[in-house]
Design a protein around this ligand. Sequence first.
Ligand SMILES: [Ca+2]
Length: 248
Amino acid sequence: MKTTPNISKLFILSIIALFYACSSDNDNNNESEDDTIDPIACENPDSTIYEEKDGLVAVEFESIKDHNDWIKENTTAGFLGTHYLVWKDNQFLNAPGNGLLTYKIKISNTGVYRFMWRSRITNGTSGSEHNDSWLRFADASRFYGKKGESIVYPADTGQSPTPNGSSKDGWFKIYKSGPADQWKWQSSTSDNDAHDIFVEFDTPGTYTMEVSARSTFHALDRFVLFSENITQSDATDETILLSEITCD
Ligand SMILES: [Ca+2]
C-alpha cells in the first residue's frame, strides 16, 4: 500500500527532472551556438568595414571572417572580446605577407593616429621571442615610427631612415617587450630603440590595414588607432566601445 504513492511521486519527480534536464540542454546548446555566431553579418567578408568615430578605431582581431591560418583561440586567459588570433605555422622573420589579415578602416576625421595592439607571447618564458608580427598601412598618407624627434619609415618605400632590424616592402616588424606571461598594449618598431607607431590619413575614405605572420606563438587580441584628442589610457580601456562594422 505504501509503495504506490511513492512510485507516483517518483514518476512525477522523474518527469520534472527530465523537463529541467531538457531545458538545461537547450540552454547549453544556445550557449555554444552563441559562441560560434560570427559577429560579422556582411555577405562578402571583403566588404567588412570598421568605422572610425570621434578619432577612435577599436577592433577585436578575431572579428574578421578570414583569419587565414591564424588560430582563433581562447585558452590563454586575460584576452578581450571572445578570442585572440595566434600564429602557429612557420615563422617568417624576413618575409612579410604570409598569413595575411586585412582590416578595412573608414576614416572620417583626418589627421594623425597612433596605432597600438594588445598582444602576448603564448610559448615559453622569454620576453624577446614569439613577441612580434608584421604591420603595414600601404595606402595611408604616412606610416612611420616615432621616438622623440627620431622618425623611422618602413623599408622599400623610398623613405629614410629605416628601423634597426627587420623591415621590408613597406612593412614594420611590431614587437612587445617585458614579461612573456602578460597581455600588453605595446606596439614598437626598431630593435633596441623602441619607436611608437603612427599613421596619417589626409583625406576621408576607406583605408587598408594589413597584419602578417612573423614569429610563431605571437597572439593578437585587439588593436586601436587613436587621434591626439584621445589619451592612450582611454583608447586602451577594455570597456571602450568597439568600432561599428558596416558592409560596403
Ligand atoms: Ca580579442
